[in-house]
Write a protein that binds this ligand. Structure first.
Ligand code: G3H
Ligand code: 13P
Ligand code: ZN
Length: 316
């Protein structure tokens, strides 16, 4: 059942975090839904602008509708990840999305507010909620390239004004993470002082953590042993993710880890079975392995086992 992102946030806030997982193809959709059913977790399925144009947005959306039928007990929201204004408006008009992210974080403060507010005004008329971004993550996003040195943590002093003036429903905060497989060197980690201060200034307001993949080191090692070259890949410590989920970080975005599972499965299979050229054997292993990854991640987030309680809240 597709539900509002708001309902999921209300249930989770400061108790656990909802996993927001990116999808690009049918195998990811199947693994994602299976994993969430196996761990009895509510979740968010999110589509980036790039994912929507990889095959065709209608194909991806149809797969989600089909998964909703195949897994009738699943409870999830559908979200546009890293949209620009045009993509947000397209998703709002479609009537299919629970929420959209307007990423105008590369703009100056006032311009970010102005763009976000235009999206909020259109979205709220249709019952769609809006995630905005303030601050700059390191790493590379699809339409925003931010140099590592330029990464700027969210300034808690700006957050209240930003939220009040823009009307956004949740906020992607730069708290030390970056997108992709190379997030940290040495002992860097999350900036809990920023999370704490935002939660103090805006109690009850959901924060979103982008760049939340933990880049499992066993995956990296297996990829490298099977011919990959991921040197120094490092993600967010899972203990830190758990801690953040109790402090108001309510949506945790994960894409890279799924790509790593995909890469490991395919590299190992074609290394070990050089006679295989069919796509289904690898696809089957990937679906199983991705489902297992989701089960594990939902344990870390604390969303595992929450499905029936969410159902009661949504139904009641
Ligand atoms: O934050 C970005 C997500 O990982 C989506 O990546 O734009 O390559 O689909 P993508
Ligand atoms: P990762 O690259 O850490 O998986 O982050 C994904 C993300 O933030 C999607 O919006
Ligand atoms: Zn992101």
């Amino acid at each position: 059942m597709i539900v509002s992102t708001e309902a999921l946030f209300k249930h989770a806030y400061k108790n656990y975090a909802v996993g927001a997982y990116n999808i690009n193809n049918a195998e990811q959709v199947m693994g994602l839904f299976r994993g969430n059913m196996d761990s009895q977790a509510p979740f968010i399925v999110q589509l980036s602008k790039g994912a929507r144009s990889y095959t065709d947005k209608r194909l991806l959306e149809a797969m989600i509708r089909a998964a909703d039928e195949i897994f009738p007990d699943a409870i999830f929201a559908v979200h546009l990840d890293h949209g620009d204004e045009a993509a947000c408006m397209d998703c709002i008009e479609s009537g299919f999305y629970s929420s959209v992210m307007i990423d105008a974080s590369a703009e100056e403060f006032d311009e970010n507010i102005a763009i976000t507010k235009r999206v909020v005004d259109a979205a709220h008329k249709k019952g769609v909620s809006v995630e905005a971004e303030l601050g700059k993550l390191g790493g590379v996003e699809e339409h925003v390239s931010v140099d590592e040195a330029d990464a700027k943590l969210t300034d808690p002093k700006q957050v209240k004004e930003f939220v009040e003036r823009s009307g956004c429903d949740s906020l992607a905060c730069a708290i030390g993470t970056s997108h992709g497989a190379y997030k940290f060197t040495g002992s860097q980690g999350l900036h809990f002082e920023v999370i704490e201060e935002i939660a103090r200034l805006l109690p009850g307001f959901p924060m979103v953590m982008h760049g939340s993949s933990s880049v499992p080191q066993d995956e990296v090692q297996r990829i490298n042993e099977a011919g990959g070259a991921l040197k120094g890949a490092k993600g967010v410590d899972e203990g830190q993710i758990s801690k953040a989920s109790k402090m108001g970080v309510t949506k945790v975005n994960i894409d890279t880890d799924g790509r790593l599972v995909w890469c490991r499965v395919h590299r190992e299979l074609f290394r070990d079975k050089p006679d295989v050229f069919d796509l289904r054997p690898a696809g089957k292993v990937f679906m199983d392995e991705y489902a297992k990854y989701i089960v594990h991640k939902n344990e870390v987030l604390g969303s595992a086992g929450k499905l029936e309680d969410v159902r009661k809240q949504v139904a009641g």
